[in-house]
Design a protein around this ligand. Structure first.
Ligand code: M7G
Length: 347
């Protein structure tokens, strides 16, 4: 018997739990003792009896070195060596979609020296589902880099005064080209085949909006379902701009998510959806997130996520200009360009 028998003899009977965030699968199964394994815990089972077993499978982390290795000093980087250094173990990639600077690809990992190896140009996609999902941001700005490098962060208490004196000037300094991907969707240039809902702007119903899958969702796994609503008006930058005048829009949005679920994702119940806005957002054009309740990544944390139900309640029952009066707290990375604007005003 080999150690591989410890896995090969496992007969899965049931999926106990599937965690799409940590890429972990817990299987329940049954297993008979391996012939010569002399395992103390199973010795009492006898040769023919089997026992319940649980197998947890987790995907191993990337070995980052393989993706950033540089050619040594005396080795002049040729087009070929720099290409292989950059690609790591990715042997093939296929563009799924793109919007402005954002590109989404399916990728396949493998051994470059193996049969599927070599330059990806001309190599057909392996006959299996992709191993990795790639997102390429190109060209990337300082804001993109600040978002994905994980530097020290600190909590900010943003009073209305701090918003007016520091945050608003920062928002106004951002080029509108940052929102090109949003305008591409609203104006019908990108991701149109993915639109799930479109409410046009009308005099009777007010501002329109669209709902589509968020690009961070694989579109398949319901436990990580993630939808995004983008509003038509271009002058609602964030939570700070919302007033009671926007209540009809916010309520229609909430109802539209429920309609989208019923029509496209009936396996997800309305009470399994967490609907929220981010403050600070990465993009200052009002958008609403709707994620499966099992989706528990950083973006749903207190200090960044504000539940839509609470926003509606604050505007409807507490104060029509609640978000112009309140202090908002959030964690901000010290390399975030907004931090430069705030630094002088913090204690
Ligand atoms: P956010 O609250 O501004 O920032 O949300 P966050 O990224 O820190 O959460 C923007 C949301 O838009 C995120 O959930 C992104 O995954 C999503 N998103 C970003 N881009 C560039 C695109 C895109 O081009 N298409 C789609 N469908 N979603 C996007």
């Amino acid at each position: 018997s080999t150690s591989f028998d410890l896995v090969r003899n496992f007969r899965p009977t049931q999926v106990l739990h599937e965690d799409t965030q940590t890429r972990t699968l817990y299987l329940l199964g049954r297993m008979a003792p391996c012939a010569q394994d002399g395992h103390p815990a199973v010795a009492s089972l006898g040769d023919s009896s089997e026992a319940a077993a649980i197998l947890k499978l987790s995907k191993t982390p990337f070995s980052a070195d393989a993706y950033v290795s540089q050619p040594s000093d005396n080795e002049r980087p040729t087009a070929e060596t720099s290409r292989s250094a950059a690609l790591g173990h990715i042997i093939h990639a296929k563009l799924v979609d793109r919007n402005d600077a954002y590109h989404w690809l399916d990728g396949w990992l493998g051994d470059r020296t193996g049969p599927a190896g070599g330059d990806s140009a001309g190599v057909v996609a392996p006959q299996r589902s992709p191993d990795v999902r790639l997102e390429l941001i190109w060209p990337a700005t300082a804001l993109h880099i600040a978002k994905y490098a994980f530097p020290p962060r600190r909590m900010i208490s943003e009073t209305p005064e701090l918003y007016r004196s520091c945050v608003l000037p920062f928002i106004r300094s951002l080029p509108t080209s940052r929102l090109q991907w949003v305008y591409n969707i609203l104006d019908g240039r990108s991701e149109q085949d993915r639109l799930l809902f479109r409410a046009p702007t009308t005099t009777a119903d007010g501002p329109g909006f669209v709902i589509l899958p968020d690009s961070k969702w694989d579109g398949v796994n319901m436990n990580s379902l993630y939808l995004l609503a983008l509003v038509e008006p271009r002058d609602i930058g964030s939570l700070r701009d919302l007033t009671a005048d926007h209540l009809p829009l916010l309520r229609r949005l909430r109802a539209a998510f429920v309609e989208v679920l019923a029509k496209y994702y009936p396996e997800v119940a309305p009470h399994e959806l967490r609907v929220f806005v981010h403050y600070q957002p990465s993009y200052y054009h009002l958008h609403i997130h709707a994620a499966h309740i099992k989706y528990e990544a950083a973006g749903v944390m207190a200090g960044q996520a504000h539940l839509l139900g609470t926003v509606i309640d604050n505007l409807a029952t507490i104060c029509p200009d609640y978000y112009q009066r309140c202090t908002l707290e959030y964690a901000l990375a010290e390399n975030h360009p907004l931090y430069e604007h705030l630094k002088g005003s913090l204690d």
